[in-house]
Design a protein around this ligand. Structure first.
Ligand code: ZN
Length: 137
């Protein structure tokens, strides 16, 4: 018996999910799809909670989605004080993928409207970190 059952996330799953960051560094926002039942997850999941399978494929979120909801943050939580104002949003992409994240500051706040088209792109942050944000297609 090894440590296969230790902790909430096993080592293999963690290694596979870290591909998400590798893909961001390569300029792609990717997520996972269960190859057994077809359910798509964001953030990526290695184990499907719909059918219990652990066979996944990576798919790129490269088509524009539609803004579902957003909120402009005027007073940031600790660590984000110098970043305000910024706008967080939920965007629904084709294939049933819903992504929560930030809208690029290049889009003026008064131009942000529910139903507008947005795509998700990787961004580089300070100190070599990567993330993603929503921009106009
Ligand atoms: Zn599944």
């Amino acid at each position: 018996m090894g440590f296969e059952k230790f902790g909430a996330v096993n080592f293999t799953s963690e290694t596979k999910a870290s591909d998400f960051v590798k893909f961001l560094e390569e300029g792609k926002v990717m997520t996972t799809k269960c190859t057994r039942c077809g359910k798509v997850y964001f953030p990526p999941r290695i184990d499907c909670c719909a059918c219990g399978a652990s066979e996944i494929e990576w798919i790129e979120i490269d088509e524009p989605g539609e803004l579902v909801a957003y909120s402009t943050v005027m007073y940031g939580p600790t660590g984000f004080e110098n970043d305000v104002p910024y706008t967080i949003a939920a965007v629904r992409f084709p294939k049933g993928i819903q992504v929560f994240g930030r809208i690029s500051k290049k889009i003026p706040t008064d131009k942000i409207k529910v139903g507008m088209k947005l795509k998700v792109v990787p961004i580089k942050l300070d100190s070599d970190r990567v993330s993603y944000q929503f921009v106009q297609p």
